[in-house]
Design a protein around this ligand. Structure first.
Ligand code: GLV
Ligand code: MN
Ligand code: MN
Length: 392
């Protein structure tokens, strides 16, 4: 397990950085701790916009081996193959390894949002779970200045396109027996903290009718929220996955509970109406409140990039399936500043993800990396021909 900026994550980053250098990339770490590896084209084209690919190296607690890691390894392999192919390199290629995609500090997709100035005011100074470090604290621990994070901001004009390869993290492709998913869009995703206050007291001496137990109130909220989401139908999912009970002891009535809520839907209207119902449920409980910490709009992938991925599949006679992503990704960030974005999925066995059983077929990963490389080259060539026809 490699929660962002822990020793395990830092070790993996060092290991990967070495591999990026070995593959001939120029590597640097930006002010948000994103690792950036660049393959430069011949002089003259070196300053033009790049085609970037990437994902993340951090994991959720007790997560699997492929969520994020597959995307950066496939990206490295794609760029290495492009370099070794002997084909002319028409534009810079970048491999981006983003910091804290999983949100172990606060809200998730930190590195990519930092790159496009999309962080919320003060979020780097907050930690979602009491006792855990904030991003600012983790930065200080590794000798980075959190006050400099804005130096990571880049102009969208530096990018022709962004592509991310990822395991699907759900069962659709594996069940259908289809090796490639072409992502059409990524769900709307809202995250909240729910704070519930009660009265701490002695667990042995306080009669039941005189208690205000924060955990009992939280339990009411959890079942209410779950029922509200189920009754809204199949277009929405929601999870309360993290619970902190204060002070947390056998013999103390819980005085305070903090919990996370993650809500996702492909339909903005469904998300809005369920969110309103949940707010009513929370507010119907004394001393409970709901604090928004992240709201990411559903994003569409670029039609031209989807076609380029489809073209590679057709050329290779590879079955593909167009689909939405229910998981969040750094690829959600790039459409906001207007950068054409695409995602390639490969199946994960039985759809298992965010658990130690996450698994893939190696030939599926190889195919995904080949399609990624071909798509990057195809986009690069069409960008180059657009530029030369403009210059003519
Ligand atoms: C990232 O894996 C997410 O969807 O939460
Ligand atoms: Mn994940
Ligand atoms: Mn991921």
């Amino acid at each position: 397990m490699r929660p962002a900026l822990t020793d395990a994550d830092l070790g993996a980053r060092l290991w990967f950085e070495e591999h990026m250098r070995e593959a001939g990339l120029r590597v640097h770490e930006d002010a948000a701790a994103n690792l950036i590896g660049r393959l430069d084209p011949p002089a003259g084209l070196a300053d033009g916009p790049c085609i970037a690919t990437g994902s993340h190296i951090d994991t959720v607690p007790h997560g699997g081996r492929f969520d994020g890691a597959l995307g950066i390894c496939a990206g490295l392999e794609a760029i290495r193959a492009i370099r070794e192919s002997g084909l002319p390199i028409p534009c810079p290629f970048e491999l981006l390894v983003f910091t804290d995609e999983e949100g172990s500090h606060f809200a998730g997709t930190f590195g990519s949002r930092a790159m496009f100035n999309l962080l919320a005011e003060g979020e780097i100074y907050r930690s979602r779970v009491a006792g855990q470090p904030s991003l600012a604290q983790s930065f200080q621990r590794i000798g980075k200045d959190p006050g400099q994070i804005s130096q990571a901001v880049r102009s969208p004009s530096e990018f022709h396109a962004f592509l991310e390869l990822h395991i699907e993290q759900g069962p659709v492709l594996d069940t259908m027996g289809i090796p490639i998913g072409i992502v059409e869009g990524i769900v709307y995703l809202d995250r909240y903290l729910i704070h519930v206050a009660g009265k701490p007291g002695h667990a042995g001496t306080t009669p039941m009718h005189l208690r205000e137990d924060a955990l009992v109130k939280a339990a009411r909220i959890i079942t209410g929220v779950n029922e509200a989401i189920i009754s809204a139908g199949p277009n929405i999912v929601g999870t309360i996955g993290e619970l902190k009970v204060h002070p947390g002891a056998f013999n103390i009535i819980p005085g305070r509970v903090e919990m996370s809520l993650d809500l996702r839907s492909m339909k903005e209207t469904t998300l809005k109406s369920v969110k309103n119902t949940i707010r009513e449920i929370v507010h119907s409980v004394d001393n409970a409140r709901m604090e928004p910490i992240l709201s990411k709009g559903g994003v569409q992938m670029d039609p031209g990039i989807m076609e380029a991925i489809e073209f590679s599949c057709r050329q290779r006679n590879v079955p593909f399936h167009r689909m939405w992503s229910g998981a969040g990704h750094d690829a959600m960030t790039f459409p906001t500043p207007g950068i054409p974005t695409g995602m390639i999925f490969i199946p994960c066995l039985e759809g298992k993800s965010h658990c130690p059983d996450e698994a893939i077929r190696w030939e599926g990963a190889a195919l995904g990396a080949q399609i990624l490389a071909e798509t990057m080259m195809r986009i690069a060539s069409s960008a180059e021909s657009r530029q030369s026809s403009r210059a003519a």
